[in-house]
Structures are given as C-alpha cells and as structure tokens.
Design a protein around this ligand. Sequence first.
Ligand code: S3P
Length: 177
Amino acid sequence: MKNNIVLIGFMGSGKTTVGEALAQELSYGFLDTDQYIEKKEQMTISQIFAEKGETYFRGVETSSLQELVSDLEGTIISSGGGLPLRPENAKLLKQLGFTIYLKASQETVWERLKEDTTRPLLQCENPQKKIQDLLDYRDPIYEVGAHMVVSVDDKSVEEIAGEILRNYEMMVKPQVD
Ligand code: S3P
C-alpha cells in the first residue's frame, strides 16, 4: 500500500479539517481533491455544477484521481464526498493509500452545513431530507470503500486525528528499525 492516508465521507464530515491536522502531525503533504479540481478547471465547484453540470464534474473527479494515483506519496488526501460513488474511483482511492471513512450522522452534517452555500447539492428546498437521502444511499458505499471507519459525531478534531494515527501506526506506517 502507498504511503498516503485517504479520507472519504459525506460533506461536512471533517475530511479537510482532520486531514490538515493529520498532515501536520505526520509532516505529510495535504491535498484536497475539490481544491485540485478548482485549480485545474479555474472555476469554483459551485460554478462547475452551475455552468457545466454534475455529470461533467464527476468526469473531472475521475480524471483527476487517475492523474493523482501514480505520483502521490506521503500525503493526506481529503476527497470530495461523491468521489467514492463510482466503483472505479473507489478502487483507485484504495490504491492511493490507507482509506478512512469519517462517518457523520445526518444531525451532525446538518448542524455543520446549515449556513453553507458552497455545496451545490444542498442548495435545495429541503436540505435536511436531501442529506438523509444521500446518506442512506452513500453510507454503505463509504463503508465498503474504506479500510477503517471512524465515527465523528461529538468528537473533537484532536480525538479523531488521534484515533486515526493510532490505527495507522499500528497497521500501515512503514517501521524504521
Ligand atoms: C460533493 C461533495 C463536495 C464537492 C461537491 C459534491 C458530494 O465535497 O465535491 O460539492 O457529492 O458529496 P466535500 O465533501 O469536500 O464537501
């Protein structure tokens, strides 16, 4: 397995915040796939959805992942919430490194994202129901796509990062003797 940690999970589950904390702790690089796509396309995620549509965005997600998979090492990767949904992407994510599902409840996601305007999928009439519907569909896919599942409800960033680091060090990190 490559020397990377990949965080997957729903919008608002803390992939970026926890990822940055892990990168700091391990002195690893940090890469957020949404930021990578925004740079590549010279547009925000909201603009891509509005002007080119979700199908186009999903295509860019897959091609970005294919670009990244060959040369990332020593990096924490925070992946967009929809990235593991395509089976070919889920396979690539697992090849990229130790993959962790940050599992959040509907209530946690809603609490964190109720004022957010940057997630196009949640700019709808009933975002609370939309979160529940998407979670019902996605949760089993995230579970299967991960080497490890960490529940994030009611935990601090430090607690979540600590849990991940203990497991990563035990299960994956190359040992130097
Ligand atoms: C999406 C999640 C977003 C972003 C886009 C679509 C999704 O990323 O890729 O808005 O389908 O769940 P975050 O999970 O980083 O918010």
